[in-house]
Design a protein around this ligand. Structure first.
Ligand code: ATP
Length: 366
């Protein structure tokens, strides 16, 4: 592929189905991935993300549909002939080989000349900053370092497509956060296109340029992390990504520039991009951090509700308050702890008013 069409679609998944004896693990999925993109398949256990990744790798054959990489239909290519590499959660490093030999392994099998192998391995060690550890065995490395060796080994053959299966699943939380950024930097510096599978939303949000939310073999929504978080198109996605308050209601005002949604505890005035019809049943999604608390009744009759703080969870940088509303429903409100001590801190049993802006609610019809 020439530089002139660098941003063109590189990987195309066209209406792909994988049927296991009548059960569709992947159900009519289509997707275009651009060159250099890091794309994440995100979903809970059993949603079909691994099956889709395995079809890309060639370990499974689609029942129907096509997978095209750089203009080439992959159907006839066995896994070892595909210009891609898969990195597994367990790293699958050879325990008896040094870091150097682990990285060289695939190149030797390809019959690459010795001098070129050495050049390539050195370049990879430099890329993942493990030059000093070249002669160590995997068990003499930390989890994060083993992870980087696995990445170096996956990239050694210069694959066109890198497949990552739960890449950081084996690392603890703190190391995972640090490694996520390292991994993205390395992947971006080589410019390889990447499809990763994860059930960890933070991992997908931090690493991927776009995410597909999968459920029951289908894509529910595909978009940039911020798009999925701020503009979910269904209750499932709103609830799956991050924390959310979901309220059921119906449209009682439907004007070109706004709608009003009547819910059990409050009325939402929503001033952006809604096409509804009066009387239509909808849900309103409201993120906890978009809500403010005050002790006084807000002037606006819309987008506010009274309640009592029943619970609070302190997370250091923010606190989540559970506010019980008149209907008995709980509203989650997250406030940033920007001061060390406040005289007027909210606490258990306080009567409060929760309020939010006209751009905060997202109206969902499905
Ligand atoms: P996890 O995160 O647990 O790995 P997943 O989203 O990756 O889940 P898949 O492994 O793709 O899910 O499986 C999707 C569905 O297809 C599951 O219900 C699984 O039981 C089923 N499945 C996967 N492989 C096979 C197979 N070889 N034969 C029959 N059913 C299968």
């Amino acid at each position: 592929m020439g530089p002139e069409n660098k941003d063109a679609t590189f990987l195309q998944i066209q209406d792909v189905v994988k049927d296991f004896g009548g059960f569709k693990a992947v159900n009519h999925v289509s997707l275009d991935v651009a060159k250099g993109e890091i794309f994440a398949l995100l979903g809970s256990s059993g949603c079909g993300k691994s099956t889709l990744l395995r079809m890309l790798a060639g370990f499974e054959k689609p029942t129907s549909g096509r997978i095209v990489l750089a203009g080439r239909d992959l159907a006839t290519l066995p896994p070892y002939e595909r210009p891609m590499n898969m990195m597994f959660q367990s790293y699958a490093l050879f325990p008896h080989l040094t870091v150097w030999d682990n990285i060289a392994f695939g190149l030797r099998r390809e019959g690459m000349p010795k001098a070129r192998i050495a050049e390539r391995v050195e370049a990879m060690l430099k890329l993942v900053q493990l030059e000093r550890f070249a002669q160590r065995k995997p068990h003499q490395l930390s989890g994060g370092q083993q992870q980087r060796v696995a990445l170096a080994r996956s990239l050694a053959k210069q694959p066109q497509l890198l497949l990552l299966d739960e890449p950081l699943g084996a690392l603890d939380k703190k190391l995972r956060e640090q490694t996520q950024i390292e991994l993205v930097n390395i992947i971006e510096s080589v410019g390889v296109t990447c499809v990763m599978v994860t059930h960890d939303q933070e991992e997908a949000m931090t690493m991927a340029s776009r995410i597909a939310i999968m459920s029951e073999g289908r894509f529910l929504q595909v978009g940039a992390p911020s798009e999925i978080y701020e503009t979910p198109t269904s209750r499932f996605v709103a609830d799956f990504i991050g924390n959310v308050n979901l309220m059921d209601g119906s449209v009682i005002v439907d004007e070109p520039d706004h709608v009003v949604i009547d819910c059990a505890d409050c009325k939402h005035y929503v001033g952006h991009g809604i096409t509804g019809t009066k009387g239509m049943a909808v849900s309103v999604a409201l993120r906890p951090e978009k809500i403010h608390l005050s002790r006084r009744k807000p002037a606006d009759e819309f987008n506010s509700v009274a309640g009592t703080i029943k619970e609070l969870s302190y997370f250091g940088s923010f606190t989540v308050y559970h506010v019980q509303l008149a209907s008995g429903a709980m509203l989650k409100v997250s406030l940033a702890n920007i001061q060390r001590h406040r005289d007027d801190e909210f606490t258990w049993g306080d009567m409060v008013w929760a309020h939010w802006s006209r751009t905060a609610p997202v109206v969902l019809t499905q």
